[in-house]
Design a protein around this ligand. Structure first.
Ligand SMILES: [Zn+2]
Ligand SMILES: [Zn+2]
Length: 112
């Protein structure tokens, strides 16, 4: 959906949420990252399903990361593999900042 269309920039979802205190504590303890309380959805605008924000990487790198997903029923944290797509033409090998199997465009095609 969207991935196979012409690669023209699309808008990023504007939904935001805030991590709860226990979630902030959890991420600080597991990753040592000082995550910010406010999180914005990283998916393409109009996506189906829960809003998703990447909140912490594994120390080991590419295998997976922690994501925050939320909808009107609340939010939860889930460990998901990273999308393995990267923009080969980009000098820094721009890696997609979304979970594997995500809906819509890769992150570098999304604009604020
Ligand atoms: Zn969203
Ligand atoms: Zn992707």
């Amino acid at each position: 959906m969207g991935v196979f269309g012409a690669p023209r920039p699309a808008a990023r979802c504007t939904e935001c949420t805030r991590l709860t205190y226990p979630e902030l504590l959890f991420f600080f303890e597991t990753t040592g990252d000082g995550e910010t309380e406010r999180q914005r959805c990283a998916l393409q605008r109009g996506h189906p399903g829960a809003h998703t924000a990447g909140i912490a990487k594994h120390e080991t790198g590419a295998e997976g990361a922690w994501w925050l997903q939320w909808d009107s029923g609340g939010h939860h944290c889930i460990e998901l593999a990273h999308c393995t797509a990267y923009r080969a033409a980009h000098p820094d090998y721009d890696i997609c900042q979304l979970p594997a199997g995500h809906w819509g465009y890769h992150s570098w095609l999304l604009t604020d």
